[in-house]
Write a protein that binds this ligand. Structure first.
Ligand code: 0A1
Ligand code: ZN
Length: 884
């Protein structure tokens, strides 16, 4: 356990423990208070003597007064849970240093000095997984955002850029491989079975990009030659035995390197690129310069253990981290309020990359689905923040769907308005202007403005205003002209009661209902509260297709006949719009149903329209199966809840499940035929075979909803015949929700078959916790006691509890047991891993949008957490904002 979890005990490992309980309200850090650093650190040399439970660090900083700084003589070096064992200035021991909280302050008189600090760490006791920690016998680091200060005292802020030289030594048997950023410049044998290595990174970087890894690792090796002719050694390092599952990651890396040259003109800039997979990791992966550290789940993949979705995720995350080499590392952030500068842009880059590697249409639909499920609720809840926040208490809480995914959407809008060629001129200018700098979001917007020749004056509001704009559309037709009236409202969010109108680029097309065609798509920009747009050339009212390709991250409110949606679902030539029409059809129906607005006749009519559209999707020979699968996905319950000011999750769940069962009955024959057809397709990684696997499980889900016995029979057969994880997991997911004898047999088989494979055992936990089984809460409670469950591995915690929190049947159970379970988890996990614990708070924080009985129980859980005397800054911030 990390020392941070035992604040009252003496620091056995010399890490300092705070004796006092954390303050009730952690200090608020504000963007407007930014000041440049008084001191810079052009160079740093680190010496690590490595041990799993005792590591010694000597840091030598060459510091120089910042001409743009305040001129203060005090050098502030941030620290967190560490103590200075020795402090030297210009080679001499000094005693007049002070501690300010956990920061080390040293008075300096000259213009430049050499400052040396020694610290000692216990990586094995570091359960927070920030700073230097042990994972499966290896040592690794995680420094973003503020983890470097848990290793040594340093100006741990992204606008201090230094060149790093790292020496490390340790037992050769325990740590045969020694890695850090940049290139290995020397290595050798030491005494008593030790060895050492020296690494140098020529590129100045902020401390959050520092990394070190030591352990027993093997590499999949490849080479890449850049467009400028540089030969780059590529290595993907994993634990011995895992190397056979790294080829997809390697292919993805090579594709990423090539793609960034072609799409953005970005070339790699070192002779070596290392990726290391670790099994204990708080997030997905980390872009440390030349030494990316990855959660194993985004590296390891083979058909037997990884689904098609897992393969896509590996490709996307490998791309994302690689693209950070330019958008994040070469041009970094001035301060953490600018996080979306690197994250929003890099997410857009990884989305475009994945679209180019596979199906652009399917990728766009997937990205919008993620935005709606993860970001829309954030934007309409107590934790809403602009993509460039104005304040925070704990920066780790701001690695959000808003910063990442909405940030990407905002940049995508600039791209749409500029056109691809001019957007590229904008990004070229951005990289050229700011290479080697710590930049701001404003710098980015200005570069796009200048390079792409766009006026983004009003557009900057997208950076400062939170909340998802609602766009109400009304259409009138007078025989010759069609008038579209659009009205925007940006909802009030915490701290932002009043909003201004933002420019909203909308791709629109008007369809002639007789011919099923339109005369060309237009881009209109709604930039006032209310505006009308006039279209000629229609003798009868056309059918409006709006926000095609999801050109703006807004919610469109447009009352229309089901017949128009059925028309668009069948005829729209924009694949996203076709998906949107299907979604709209179901959303309109289910929202009316849960609002008690449907009598029997209206319900039957609504279902018939959905059934018709669904039937055409199943039958349409022009659709490929990947796209067919997208069109068959029903809107998520969280997205349905978003449509209502206050919702009853029980009613939403019941109505949605009833619709699934109805579809299963109504379309029984075509669904069975679809399943049979898909079962006959042999495994391959080609699009057609992946599409077949996707619709196979979708058909199975609906069959099982209407006819559980037939569903269990088919699912068990699919499970037994499976020669790949996509089919096996899909079948097991269906079985896990059923009360059938096959359920236990298949679950036991799955566990036996994959015992020891942590990523697959994670699936075993998730499938059960996410199941729509009547006994799901009992199952989760039993799984929490399972010998394979542990609170110290974030993947395992997420596998069980994130799946549970996302499962309406478990989380929103009318008893309130689901809320208690997540409340208990947060309390127990907080001392072990505060960052991961804080990620569970938003699910409870939605209470204001939930019907009163459940809302009271959710709120009570938050209050129970808030009442704890000792709480991390991470959880404290999320809970207090959720109650506030
Ligand atoms: N920059 C990484 C995300 C990341 C952030 C914080 C971390 O600390 C545990 C780890 C990773 C990315 O965007 O991929
Ligand atoms: Zn990132």
């Amino acid at each position: 356990m990390d020392i941070a979890s035992r604040p009252s005990e003496p620091a056995e490992n010399t890490q300092v423990a705070d004796a006092a309980p954390p303050p009730a309200a952690p200090p608020v850090i504000r963007r407007e208070d930014y000041l440049p650093p008084a001191w810079l650190v052009p160079e740093v040399a680190l010496d690590f003597r490595l041990g799993l439970d005792a590591t010694k660090v000597v840091a030598k900083l060459s510091v120089a007064r910042n001409p743009a700084g305040s001129g203060a003589s005090t050098l502030r070096l941030n620290g967190d849970q560490i103590a200075p064992l020795a402090v030297r200035v210009d080679g001499l021991d000094v005693n007049d240093w002070r501690l300010d909280g956990s920061d080390l302050l040293v008075e300096l008189n000259g213009e430049a000095h050499a400052v040396e600090v020694e610290t000692a760490l216990n990586p094995a006791a570091n359960s927070q997984l920030m700073g230097l920690y042990a994972s499966n016998g290896m040592l690794c680091t995680q420094c973003e955002a503020e983890g470097f200060r848990r290793i040594t005292f340093f100006p741990d802020r992204p606008d201090v850029l230094s060149t790093y030289t790292v020496r490390m030594s340790g037992e050769k048997a325990q740590f045969p491989i020694l890695l850090a950023n940049g290139n290995c410049t020397a290595s050798g044998e030491g005494e008593d079975g030790t060895h050492w290595a020296e690494w140098h990174d020529p590129w100045p970087k902020p401390s959050y990009l520092f990394a070190l890894v030591a352990g027993d690792l093997v590499a999949n090796h490849a080479e890449f030659t850049t467009m400028g002719g540089r030969k780059v050694d590529l290595n993907i390092w994993v634990r011995p035995g895992d190397e056979d599952r790294t080829q997809h990651a390697m292919d993805s890396l090579v594709n990423s390197m090539k793609w960034d040259e072609e799409a953005f003109g970005r070339e790699y800039d070192l002779d070596l690129f290392n990726i290391v997979a670790v099994s204990d990791f708080n997030m997905g992966a980390m872009e440390n310069k030349g030494l990316n550290v990855f959660n194993t789940r985004y590296v390891l993949a083979d058909p037997e253990t990884a689904t098609d979705g897992d393969y896509d995720a590996v490709e996307g995350v490998i791309g994302h981290e690689y693209f950070h080499n330019w958008s994040g590392n070469r041009v970094t952030c001035r301060d953490w309020f600018q996080l979306s500068l690197k994250e929003g842009f890099t997410v857009l880059r990884d989305q475009l990359f994945s679209a180019d590697m596979g199906s652009e249409a399917v990728k766009r639909i997937e990205d919008v689905r993620v935005l709606r499920i993860a970001q829309f609720p954030e934007d309409s809840g107590p934790l809403a923040h602009p993509i460039r926040p104005d304040s925070f208490q704990e920066i780790s809480n701001f690695y959000t769907a808003t910063i990442y995914n909405k940030g990407a959407e905002v940049i995508r809008m600039m791209r749409t308005m500029a056109g691809l060629e001019r957007f590229r001129q904008g990004t070229d200018l951005y990289f050229e202007r700011h290479d080697g700098e710590a930049a701001t979001c404003e710098d980015f917007v200005k570069a796009i403005e200048d390079g792409a020749r766009l006026d983004l004056t009003q557009f900057r509001l997208w950076y400062s205003q939170a909340g998802t704009p609602q766009v109400a559309a009304e259409m009138a037709h007078n025989g010759t002209q069609t008038v579209l009236k659009l009205t925007q409202t940006v909802p009030a969010t915490p701290g932002q009661p009043e909003k201004q109108a933002m420019p909203i680029p909308l791709r629109v097309a008007l369809f002639d209902r007789d011919t099923g065609t339109h005369s060309g798509e237009q881009l209109i920009v709604l930039d006032k509260d209310s505006q009308t747009f006039t279209f000629d050339g229609f003798t009868q009212p056309p059918v409006l297709s709006i926000n095609r390709g999801f050109s703006a991250p807004v919610a469109i409110e447009f009352e229309r006949d089901s017949a128009d949606l059925v028309f668009l679902a069948a005829h729209d030539d924009d694949p996203f719009a076709r998906y949107e029409a299907m979604q709209g059809l179901v959303v309109q129906h289910l929202v009316a149903a849960v609002s008690g607005k449907l009598d029997d006749a209206a319900r039957a009519e609504g279902r018939a329209a959905i059934g018709e559209a669904y039937g055409s999707v199943i039958a349409d020979p022009a659709l490929d199966d990947l796209m067919r699968g997208e069109l068959m996905i029903l809107p998520a319950e969280t997205y349905l809840a978003e449509q209502l000011p206050v919702s009853d999750p029980g009613a939403i769940h019941a109505e949605r499940e009833a619709l699934k069962a109805w579809l299963g009955r109504e379309l029984a024959a075509p669904l069975k035929a679809l399943h049979d057809r898909a079962v006959a397709v042999a495994y391959s990684r080609e699009a057609a075979a992946r599409g077949a696997r996707k619709i196979k499980t979708q058909a199975l889900v609906l069959i099982a909803c209407s006819d559980p016995a037939e569903g269990a029979r088919r699912a068990f057969a699919q499970y037994q015949a499976a020669d790949n994880m996509t089919d096996r997991q899909g079948a097991l997911m269906v079985l896990a929700s059923l009360d059938a004898p096959e359920r236990e047999t298949a679950l036991a088989d799955f566990h036996d078959r994959y015992e020891g494979n942590a990523l697959v055992i994670d699936k075993w936990f998730s499938l059960q916790a996410g199941a729509l089984n009547p006994k799901v809460l009992e199952h989760i409670a039993a799984l929490a006691q399972h010998p394979d469950f542990t609170m110290t591995n974030p993947n395992r915690v997420r596998a069980l509890y994130m799946a549970a929190a996302a499962n309406p049947k478990a989380f929103h159970d009318a008893s309130g047991e689901g809320y208690r379970m997540i409340g208990d988890l947060i309390r127990r996990l907080d001392p072990i891993n505060a960052q991961t614990a804080a990620r569970f708070v938003p699910s409870l924080g939605r209470w204001r949008r939930i019907e009163p009985v459940r809302a009271a129980m959710m709120r009570a859980e938050l209050e129970r957490i808030a009442a704890l005397p000792e709480l991390s800054r991470d959880v404290r911030e999320q809970v207090s904002k959720s109650l506030g």
